[in-house]
Ligand binder design. Structure first.
Ligand SMILES: CC(=O)SCCNC(=O)CCNC(=O)[C@H](O)C(C)(C)COP(=O)(O)OP(=O)(O)OC[C@H]1O[C@@H](n2cnc3c(N)ncnc32)[C@H](O)[C@@H]1OP(=O)(O)O
Length: 333
């Protein structure tokens, strides 16, 4: 991927590591240094464009990687630059790998719930013209060393078929432990404790947290005591979850006419049971029960208040629903 600015000077190393600050790396001595704000803008452009290209390659309706999402999450991006002579000049980007720690509830092979916080593979992309040339492996290997993590200790957020083949080929990862969320974990996930290095993403995160939080950080990957089954949410939050959520106006503005026939294609099942989850385009899907729950939790929209105030003949059922809210619920709005 080429850019209208000098990528080669902006990212002096073959692999650049970016965190939420999206700081431009130090430049080579002797290179002219544009204003820092311009450099940061260039970094943001690269992140945005890589995110868009990755989403397109995975047929996602929207990018899951962008400069703004990087800034609001503690994720780390490993960006691989093309150093081949062919592209000498302004340089080019080959691809990227994005990782981050996430709290997940995962099932072990006895189907017991475990609360864990593994390093997750969140997004991974190599430019179409350069796939199957070993660049993905180079990036992945660099990340494993930097984070000091073994491949079987990772959780993968909705891996594509290509990524599953990649993991199988390079790291012999094949047998998955069935899950009920979008993350895929492999045999061996529970076998070893992971202790992150002092400079790893997780260690940095904990040291930052310690600065503001007087509570000592929990030891790395220590599994908390098992919870009662009823306390555990069955789904873990995937970075891709936001793609599924329909943005709806609140009641009563969200009352769409009922569909006479069921949709031609049901929404893709969220599953990691043995196979790669489906990666078809994600369509907005709000189950009825969830909709009803959101009606109870959702604060009345100002327009809805106005409608109710100005419509004395409004349906009594609607008025009852609004006024029967317990006060404690209303005070949360
Ligand atoms: C959590 C997530 O990020 S899921 C999304 C993963 N990203 C994508 O699917 C986007 C499109 N794909 C890509 O960007 C790349 O193919 C990646 C990132 C998956 C792998 O990077 P590459 O540089 O191609 O991998 P690398 O060259 O190191 O390894 C090649 C191996 O990867 C797998 N692979 C790569 N491309 C393909 C493909 N088109 N079809 C099947 N397997 C593939 C194969 O195992 C391949 O080995 P082979 O050529 O001997 O069959």
């Amino acid at each position: 991927m080429e850019f209208p600015f000098d990528v080669d000077a902006l990212l002096p190393e073959r692999i650049t590591v970016l965190d939420q600050h999206l700081r431009p790396p130090a430049r080579r001595p002797g290179t002219t240094t544009p204003a820092r704000v311009d450099l940061q803008q260039q970094i943001m452009t690269i992140v945005d464009e890589l995110g868009k290209a990755s989403a397109k390659a995975q047929h996602l309706p929207a990018p899951i990687t962008s400069a703004s999402r990087m800034q609001s999450n503690r994720h780390v991006m490993y960006i691989l630059k093309d150093t081949s002579a062919r592209l000498a000049g302004k340089g080019a980007i080959v691809g990227f790998l994005k990782v981050g720690y996430k709290k997940l509830f995962v099932l072990d092979d006895r189907e017991a719930h475990n609360e864990v916080e593994p390093l997750c593979i969140l997004d991974f992309y190599i430019h179409e013209s350069l796939q199957r040339h070993g660049h993905g492996r180079e990036l992945f290997q660099y990340m494993l060393q930097k984070e000091r993590v073994e491949p079987h200790q990772l959780a993968i957020d909705r891996p594509s078929q290509k990524l599953l083949k990649f993991l199988n080929k390079h790291y012999n990862l094949e047998t998955t432990v069935p899950q009920v969320n979008n993350f895929v974990i492999f045999e061996g996930f529970f076998a070893h404790q992971h202790r992150p290095p002092a400079t790893s993403l997780r260690a940095i995160r904990h040291s930052c947290a310690a600065a503001v939080d007087p509570m000592p950080a929990a030891p790395a990957r220590k599994l908390p005591p098992k919870r009662a089954e009823g306390d555990i949410k069955p789904y873990s939050s995937s970075d891709r979850e936001f793609l599924k959520v329909a943005v709806e106006p609140p009641w009563p503005l969200n009352r769409a006419p009922r569909r006479a026939t069921p949709p031609a294609h049901p929404p893709p099942r969220s599953s990691s049971l043995g196979n790669s989850p489906e990666r078809g385009p994600l369509r907005p899907f709000v189950p009825e029960q969830e909709l009803l729950r959101s009606l109870r939790l959702c604060p009345p929209h100002p327009t809805a208040r106005l409608l109710l105030a100005t419509d004395p003949g409004g349906s009594p059922a609607q008025r009852r629903r609004t006024s029967s809210l317990p006060r404690s619920d209303e005070s949360r709005y």
